[in-house]
Write a protein that binds this ligand. Structure first.
Ligand code: CA
Length: 337
């Protein structure tokens, strides 16, 4: 009898561990942005087809209070705004999305990200989709939710959204409460509880706490919140031994730079994993580090390949999901385990 119990227990452990592998997720960072211009609906459709579990939206507001899917608060890096509206830059030379109406933004061509060097546009990742080719648009949050929910209907799958509130303090300075607007749209589209397929993320802890304490209750929703962490210096208390348990009062998970999970100074055979994942898991927080890129120059020296980089994080550091520009590669990696 006792043997049967042991066998049953072992069997259960096996099932549970394979289940937890299966639960590890792939988050398409700005869509399948390794292949198509970031944050275009085309990049999102590709990520969906590649099997991503969640698709990310960065959100900023327009002058007429619409939410658009754009990584920067400015339009400079990923559109032709400088050609279409040359006289609309602020004194710092930047074109802020918040100074344009949605109708104006809808006239812009979206493109692979670029910088200007000696008056010339140079794309950020040289081997990605060519700059200025074909025609892409800047979508609204609603455009994108409707596409993902539409695909969920037509394919029978249940893929989630992973919106980020960009620079909420900047939006407040400009007189806009972006978080309430985002919460309203989430509610409108049925994302209302922690069981809903959504993680809402921000780098701003004060805003995160406000969302959890005031904005969600006033809008009447309560969805999963992710605290993004870029370094150890913005909120040093989070890296104290009790930091993650304090954060757990406001957040359901963290989205750290992956350099905070595995020390950049690691070498092959000497992978240095920080305490962060253990501490976060101990506090009941999910861990979704960013950003995993397969471009030749983007894989750190301690990993021999992109897949080894994924293995180190998913299985040695035990993170629950990763943000990646190459969702197909991460999905195939998890399926091969
Ligand atoms: Ca983001």
């Amino acid at each position: 009898m006792r043997d049967i119990a042991i066998v049953a227990a072992l069997f259960l452990v096996t099932i549970m561990s394979s289940t937890s592998y299966a639960q590890k997720i792939v988050i398409a960072h700005r869509g399948a942005s390794g292949y198509l211009p970031e944050h275009t609906l085309e990049a999102k459709a590709m990520a969906y087809a590649q099997g991503a579990h969640y698709i990310e939206q960065d959100l900023v507001m327009t002058r007429d209070d619409e939410l658009i899917v754009l990584h920067d608060i400015t339009l400079d890096r990923t559109t032709d705004v400088d050609e279409k509206f040359p006289d609309r830059a602020r004194r710092d030379g930047r074109y802020y999305a918040i100074d344009f109406t949605l109708e104006e933004i809808r006239t812009l061509n979206a493109t692979e990200g670029f910088r200007i060097e000696n008056g010339e546009k140079i794309q950020g990742f040289s081997q990605r989709f060519p700059l200025g080719k074909s025609r892409f648009r800047v979508p609204t949050f609603q455009d994108e939710i409707e596409m993902i929910q539409g695909l969920n209907l037509s394919t029978g799958r249940d893929i989630g959204i992973y919106p980020e509130i960009k620079q909420p303090a900047f939006h407040r300075q400009e007189g806009k409460d972006i978080s309430t607007r985002v919460a309203d749209v989430l509610k409108e589209y049925g994302y209302t509880s922690k069981g809903s397929k959504v993680f809402l993320q921000t780098f701003d802890y004060e805003e995160l706490a406000l969302i959890q304490k005031e904005i969600f209750p006033s809008v009447g929703i309560e969805v999963n919140l992710i605290m993004l962490l870029g370094n150890r210096t913005d909120y040093p208390w989070m890296f104290e031994p009790d930091g993650m348990s304090k954060l757990a009062y406001s957040a359901d998970g963290i989205g750290p730079s992956y350099n905070l999970v595995v020390d950049r100074a690691s070498e092959a055979g000497d992978i240095r994993i920080s305490e962060l994942v253990t501490q976060a898991h101990g506090a009941g927080l999910a861990v979704h580090p960013y950003t995993f890129r397969a471009d030749p120059e983007a894989v750190p020296d301690y990993a021999a390949s992109f897949e080894e980089l994924l293995d180190i994080h998913y299985f040695q550091a035990d993170v629950d999901g990763v943000f990646t520009d190459f969702p197909d590669r991460a999905v195939q990696f998890l399926q091969s385990q």
